[in-house]
Write a protein of this length. Sequence first.
Lengths: 321, 254
Amino acid sequence: MNQDIFVIIEHLRGQVADISYVMLAAAHELAQNTGGKVEAVLLGQNVQGLAGNLAADQVLSVEHPALADFTSDAYIKAVAGLTVEHQPRAVLFGHTSVGMDVASGLSAHLGLPLVGSVRYFESGGKFVSQICGGKIMAEGELPAPTALITLVPGGYKPEQGQSAQPPQVTQVAAPALDGLRVTLKQYIEPEAGDVDIAKEPLLIAVGRGIQTQDNISLADDLAQALGGVVCASRPVVDQGWLPTSRLVGKSGKAVKPKVYLAIGISGAPEHAEAITGSNVIVAINTDAAAPIFNIAKYGTITDLFDLVPVLTDKVREAKGG
Amino acid sequence: MNIVVPVKLVPDLVEELTIDASGAALDTMWLRLIINEFDDHATEQAILLKERSGGQVTIITPNAEGVDDMLFAASARGADRLIKLVGDFENGVNNHALARTLATTIKDLQPDLVLTGVQAHNDLDGSLGPLLAEYLGMPYTGYVSGVIVNGDKAIVRKEFPGGLIAELELKLPAVLGIQAAEQPPRYVAISKVRQAMKTATLEEMDAPGLNPDGGPTIGRMFQPEAAEKAEMISGNADVVADRLIGIFKELGVL
């Protein structure tokens, strides 16, 4: 076993995902404690070009046609090979559609311990995970011998994991990748929708607290009065009350408006990570312990059903209508 | 088509969560448990597949307070077989232990598809689906929001950030981690659940020797403190609305 920290770089169709840089920043924090190096693992086909700004002591590049597009099957085999050979102290994955498919499977495959939803590492090397929709943090010692980690965003800034100095890239032979049971058929592009919420300066967002489809009209009226656009968190879109193009969150859009008015949104991590680019967040939620109030500038626990209609009237008045 | 859906209960986040005297776990005394919402979607997706092309849906869950009601509700929605695992689940169990014991039972059920929630909000040792897939020797894909079965293959829609979807083909049998069913989980009337209580059978199966190896040990739990908590505006709707109008004006959006 050595003390190095591996980071499985997440990339999709030629673009390194922000979570990869966040992981590199976390890995440096952890490596300071273990005394090891930070090694970025880049799996794919013709991906050397993605190594350029990774803040790592070394990039291990594994190229294979079966790794050209992400599938859990091929990734598990490739990472298992490297982990067994190098025995790093920890392997970091994104707590994402990519990383979560691989990390748990690898834990069972290799019999190695796994810690999920880690947000940051303490200076002493302990992990701190974020669970229960962001309401609870859980701290513990990094398990041995090799800890598999899935990392959520928020604990480190992506810029901390970027470097102007290109890292050293070492080519590593891919293990045998045969007998694969998962294959990519095609990508389906996201629905365009009538507006691009990622570009809107004023967003009125509704969450589970809105309760029924009919109540969406409360947000519509306010948005119309203010000149903003209505968007939503996952439960509202899953109910079919608003189209996918209006989804803010992990599988939807990340937004950066001047003002984000969150109505009946708890601020679970999957949603919170997509709105941190907002200039000002204003939150209306009757649960005083909702994590949305940890990232909002202004908040109120006044019931939305009392407040929103009054607010809409006052906005209309202020606009002289 | 034989579909097995492992389901578990999780703390209801609407309720206040407190940490117990050990300082390293949630206080279970007042904890209200509800079905993991992604497992609810997995149940719905299984029933949709059965309605489309026939088959049997088996719901399987570790014993906990409230699981009987949850199982009967699943029956009222269209599940055919209800299995309750009986074992040392009282103090909670991690996903490694649950996956090991589920794998033993599920192997005997010989499923074509295993559908489970892509994650649960209290997972600390990874998500259940990929662990289960590995112990069962089946392929896995998570973040799934659409499934078509075609012979011995499943075509699934996997979600990536930004709304991109990958259409993947998996050889059956397979385990899928469901993010969202193709339709929202259906509502069933209480009267139908009551009827299921009279007619449906709960099968109990032993789950001996839970082995949690592979999960972390938690030394301490705490509630996060915001670096800068929101400035809270209190008062009736009128007062709060006036202040918000003022804020909108300051920010230049009104």
